[in-house]
Design a protein around this ligand. Structure first.
Ligand code: IPD
Ligand code: CA
Ligand code: CA
Ligand code: CA
Length: 263
């Protein structure tokens, strides 16, 4: 398998998809709800996922596709080549803000992340990584993350943590918020991961993410030395939803040991 060729193919697809999304602002947007009134999806989420599915199947019909909108394959095992795709991560921001949303894609073979992409559509900023060959932002190498203390850290966390009744130790999370330099919340997991792998945030944590939110980011994390696990410190399960923590390697274990306790 020629990873460089697949990388060139993926980058072209992502730039094309970004162009389609930017053009969509002058067209009609159809908004529907999924599991609840705040779980939104649009015709553009589906159009973009369909575009990826069509192009990837043209490249190689044996490649499987796991996409948020379910237009790819039903994935029950990680065997073989699998594309994990979120056509728009941060759909609510896409609809309401016309910014702060990403396309994110991961390419895995037998469960091992080979290629990863985080594309900020409105900034036209692409982060990608090839396993073992480093990570790049707009084709410039991204440096390994520098160590820092928890007191110096800025972390991505959203206010829904105050209503995680009975699921976490609230006092420890409150102590984390007191200890760190600052907190941020962007409404796109892929964007928060992009900020961590480029050292603009030092950690991001979530009580529930799906494989397509983090698949691409996991490959990039590995190349810059960021550590990505679930909140128990185990590998994220790519076949289901899971909790998630990505952090600078100098603070990842301390976050788990001293500030995060699941109940
Ligand atoms: C969502 C965003 C959001 C995160 C949610 C995700 P979507 O993805 O990443 O930041 O908190 O859990 O579902 O639905 O906009 O692709
Ligand atoms: Ca969604
Ligand atoms: Ca998502
Ligand atoms: Ca999505």
């Amino acid at each position: 398998m020629d990873l460089q060729k697949i990388n060139e193919f993926a980058i072209k697809l992502i730039y094309d998809a970004g162009e389609q999304i930017r053009e969509s602002f002058s067209k009609e947007l159809i908004i529907e709800t999924k599991t609840d009134a705040n779980d939104l999806v649009t015709n553009i989420d589906c159009q973009i996922e369909q575009f990826f599915v069509k192009k990837i199947k043209e490249l190689d019909p044996s490649h499987k596709i796991m996409g948020e909108e379910g237009l790819g394959d039903k994935i029950v095992t990680l065997d073989g080549p699998i594309w994990i795709i979120d056509p728009i991560d941060g759909t609510m921001n896409f609809i309401k803000q016309h910014r702060n949303f990403m396309i994110t894609v991961g390419f895995f073979v037998d469960g091992v992340g080979k290629l990863g992409y985080l594309y900020d559509v409105m900034r036209n900023e692409l982060i990608y990584a090839i396993r073992g060959e480093g990570a790049y932002i707009d084709h410039h190498p991204i440096r390994k993350l520098e160590p820092l203390t928890i007191e110096e850290a800025i972390i991505g966390i959203n206010s829904s943590w105050v209503i995680q009744n009975g699921k976490i130790n609230h006092e420890k999370i409150a102590n984390l918020i007191r200890t760190v330099r600052g907190t941020r919340s962007y409404g796109s997991a892929a964007m928060e991961i992009a900020l961590v792998v480029t050292g603009k945030l030092d950690a991001y944590l979530s009580m529930r993410l799906a494989p397509w939110d983090i698949g691409g980011g996991m490959v990039i994390a590995q190349e810059v030395g960021a550590v990505a696990t679930n909140l128990k410190g185990e590998p994220f399960n790519l076949l289901s939803n899971d909790t998630f923590l990505i952090a600078n390697p100098s603070i990842h274990q301390k976050l788990l040991d001293e500030f995060i306790e699941l109940k």
